[in-house]
Ligand binder design. Structure first.
Ligand SMILES: O=P(O)(O)OC[C@@]1(O)O[C@H](CO)[C@@H](O)[C@@H]1O
Length: 395
């Protein structure tokens, strides 16, 4: 946990305050996700019974341990499962209870159990529907006109494509009231793109670690950004961190990377060129995909294990995508919005950037004027509506 020497950190977010966003996720979003999973495949009576039990447990019960023979039981013990067992889902850190919900959901559908449902991603139908949607074709065809634009315009377009791709979060869509902001404040509440580009100069030898978030219409622009940086010589190598198992509905796994790559290589025009660049980079090792267990940990990055810390320390830049990664990066706490981003990320082992649309209460690094303008025009809605975004960098 990033500590500032003078003041103790503010409290960790819990889900026990009715009317709060975390409470609504536990009380409303999780039941909706269970229903979505029931509808996604013709699961048998055993899985439906387990989903019934999970629904009752996560809304009215207490946290129960994983089965004694679960392959990752020891890992979850180390991550706090024994400390939280027996307590209401609403009374433990929200980050922890949300993360454990996805682990228990996979348990219910037999994802880890030898048998016909082992390894079947319950969210795959919604992920592939999104990848196949006509909107994805439109986004890919925009690459054809981009090819003729100056390099700095391409840089900006691909960075912003990756940033705003973060709105494509299927869990968020289950509960968010969509629509453009009525706010007259600018969509970007912080924009450190200049220091970001100066960390990745052309003709450099940089290594980028991109810690991905959602599959489909977020992962596609993330991959396009990597392909562009490789082509421009702004990076020599990229490591793409994905989730080792389905998580937070639409989070990207290795299978999702392969689906997105096929979507690119099969597309007409410039998109296929990006796809071929990525295919070649995977083949010759300039691009690697990692699925570290800590990517699904219910903990902030301040508690990352030594091997991951060493890996990120060696990167020129680690770029974290999305809202959940932001919560884990700065700590899922009630930070005053003007808390410096550099202070809360001081523990991180190397230069770090966050690209995120705002979908939960946690925020740091705002200047006083920006915060005041947001509050004056929207109250606190800007924090969770997905209508605003940020690019924050600690060099
Ligand atoms: O990480 P992502 O995909 O940008 O967002 C995940 C999210 O939808 O889920 C969490 C609540 O469940 C919030 O942090 C956020 O709104």
């Amino acid at each position: 946990m990033p500590e500032r020497s003078d003041t103790p950190p503010p409290p960790v977010l819990l889900g026990n305050e009715p009317g709060s966003f975390p409470h609504s996720v536990l009380a409303e979003r999780h039941p909706a996700i269970i229903q979505q999973v029931r509808d996604s495949f013709p699961y048998g009576p055993e899985q439906h019974r387990a989903l019934d039990a999970l629904l009752a447990n996560c809304t009215k019960g207490v946290i129960e341990p994983l089965p004694a023979d679960a392959h990752d039981r020891d890992r979850w013990t180390a991550w706090g499962a024994d400390d939280y067992a027996g307590r209401s889902w609403f009374d433990v850190p929200w980050l922890w209870s949300e993360s454990y919900f996805y682990r228990q959901l996979l348990e219910a559908v037999g994802y880890f159990t030898p048998g016909p449902w082992q390894g079947i991603d319950p969210f795959r139908p919604s992920k592939t529907a999104e990848l196949d949607a006509p909107e994805t074709d439109e986004e890919l065809s925009a690459l054809d006109t981009l090819a003729d634009r100056p390099a700095d315009e391409q840089d900006r377009a691909l960075l912003h494509g990756s940033l705003w791709g973060n709105r494509a979060d299927l869990g968020f869509r289950l509960s968010a009231a969509h629509g453009e902001t009525s706010s007259d404040t600018p969509p970007l509440v912080a924009d450190d793109s200049a220091p970001l580009w100066s960390l990745l100069p052309p003709s450099g030898s940089a290594t980028l670690c991109l810690i991905a978030d959602n599959a489909g219409r977020e992962l596609v622009p993330d991959l396009l950004l990597i392909a562009h940086l490789l082509t421009q010589g702004r990076i020599a190598r990229a490591v793409l961190h994905v989730k080792p198992y389905p998580y937070y509905v639409s989070d990207a796994t290795h299978t999702d990377v392969l689906d997105a790559l096929r979507r690119l290589t099969a597309a007409p025009g410039a998109a296929a060129t990006y796809g071929r660049t990525l295919w070649a980079a995977l083949t010759d090792g300039r691009l690697t995909v990692r699925a570290h267990p800590f990517s699904c940990a219910p903990l902030p990055y301040a508690q990352m294990p030594g091997d991951l810390r060493d890996e990120l320390a060696a990167a020129t830049l680690t770029l974290l995508k999305g809202d959940l990664n932001y919560r884990r990066l700065v700590g899922d706490r009630r930070w005053p919005p003007t808390t410096p981003f550099a202070d809360v990320t001081a523990y991180f082992p190397g230069p770090v950037a966050a690209l995120r649309t705002l979908k939960s209460d946690v925020i740091t690094g705002l200047d006083t004027r920006t915060e005041a303008a947001l509050v004056a025009s929207e109250g606190q809605r800007w924090r969770t509506g997905g209508t605003h975004a940020l690019i924050q960098v600690r060099t």
